[in-house]
Design a protein. Structure first.
Length: 135
């Protein structure tokens, strides 16, 4: 991704099924939303992590043929209070620009008819983008 070139301390692995579902989304806006989420996780690497790896994976949704999901996951040092305000732009602005990525991505994805959720585990954090596909 262009915005990630030259980034230090992390790498991105991208995975997608073959053939990949065609999403009903603006590619440029979706790319921005994904980049914001990847950068957020890259900067939330646990202490002493020499190289943070962020995985971006597209999957089909079982039982929902008109949807696809993009999972963006990485080990992350995210506190419970971070999770409670993850998509709240007003709460995040005072914390700094690197913190607002999930809130901005949330608005972009919802505007395209999608959903942005998360899975929070002690050893891993994942953003889940669900978008409609072209039938």
């Amino acid at each position: 991704a262009e915005a990630l070139e030259g980034a230090e301390g992390f790498r991105v692995e991208a995975l997608a099924p073959t053939p990949s579902p065609i999403l009903q989304a603006d590619p440029k806006q979706l790319r921005k939303a994904i980049v914001y989420l990847v950068e957020y996780l890259a900067h939330k690497a646990p202490p002493q992590t020499p190289l943070q790896t962020v995985t971006v994976e597209m999957r089909r949704v079982r039982g929902a043929p008109g949807e696809a999901i993009i999972v963006i996951a990485a080990p992350a040092d995210i506190r419970p209070d971070d999770v409670s305000t993850l998509f709240d732009l007003i709460a995040l602005v005072p914390r700094g620009l690197k913190q607002v990525g999930p809130a901005v991505s949330y608005r972009v994805i919802v505007a395209m008819g999608g959903r942005l959720d998360y899975q929070y585990r002690p050893d891993n954090f994942a953003f889940l983008i669900t978008l409609p596909t072209v039938m």
